[in-house]
Design a protein around this ligand. Sequence first.
Ligand code: COA
Ligand code: ZN
Length: 298
Amino acid sequence: MRRIDIVEVGPRDGLQNDPARLDVIQKLEFIDRLEMAGVRRLEAGAFVSPRAVPKMADSADLFRQLHKRDGRSRIALALNEKGVRKAIGSAADEINFVLVASAGFGLKNQGMSPQDSADHLARLAPLVHEAGIALTATISVAFGDPYEGEVDVNSVANLAAQAQRAGVAEIALGDTIGVATPWAVQKMIEAVRCQAPDVYLRMHFHDTRGLALGNIYAAIEAGVDIIDASCGGIGGCPFAPGATGNVATEDVVYMLERAGFSTGIDLDRMIETAIWLESVLGHPVPSRLSRAGRFPYI
Ligand code: COA
Ligand code: ZN
């Protein structure tokens, strides 16, 4: 049975843009529930400017209170030197650096052009490696930029090649504003593999225009084994106008397990967590499975 690994991004990408604000205790409970449902890798927080993303301002506190658990990896997001140094000091198991595929979004999100972001990564990667922490990178707005429109596949592949040279083990191709199509996904994967053949690929889809599950199908058919998803389908980027939630973890698990893949995630517990999350956030979450329930029923 082919295994597909899911990286849960709800506590970071999900919560950063939700109207509700959870405190550290609630975030810890969210993480605990996700891990009890079988999640092995999750984005727990981000070391970014608290003015830019107030809901991640408590990430240092959160990491301090997260007890190590065997076989579980808690990821910290970082975009600049200050963030990388804080993430190293936080006992994160992995650091995920953000590259930008396009300058429009890049300047708004993190004050960087694509090349600036790649240069930052090249300079900061040795710090992470020396600290013995796994380093991954997300190429955001890889399929389209909210300010500049289409993004060239070759420029994404070129960034991936630079990330590979910097020693990154895994690259996530991020559809930050949900504009990829299954065919664009396949072309992108092919182009990135040509220029960065040694890295693992991970896909990060938002369901803004309803294509996220189709895009995941295309990525899996193209051989990708690692998918980002967010419990309940919450999320979005504060710097991408109109951004909506990530594809919902329970919807992805349902599709994959029903198709005969294994994810290691207990679907019922993930649905329960999405329903719990609604009560904590004080509003409904957009996932389908939390409404419709599993099939077969037992
Ligand atoms: N953590 C906390 N504070 C940080 C920081 C970090 N990683 N990096 C910079 N800062 C602080 C600086 O200390 C400075 O504070 P001050 O004004 O009190 O002196 C302020 O932020 C501006 O610093 P500067 O280096 O000029 O950065 P900037 O204004 O160009 O912002 C980022 C760059 C990356 C810090 C900022 O754009 C950011 O945090 N963006 C977040 C984007 C994000 O998380 N998006 C969603 C996920 S992709
Ligand atoms: Zn995202």
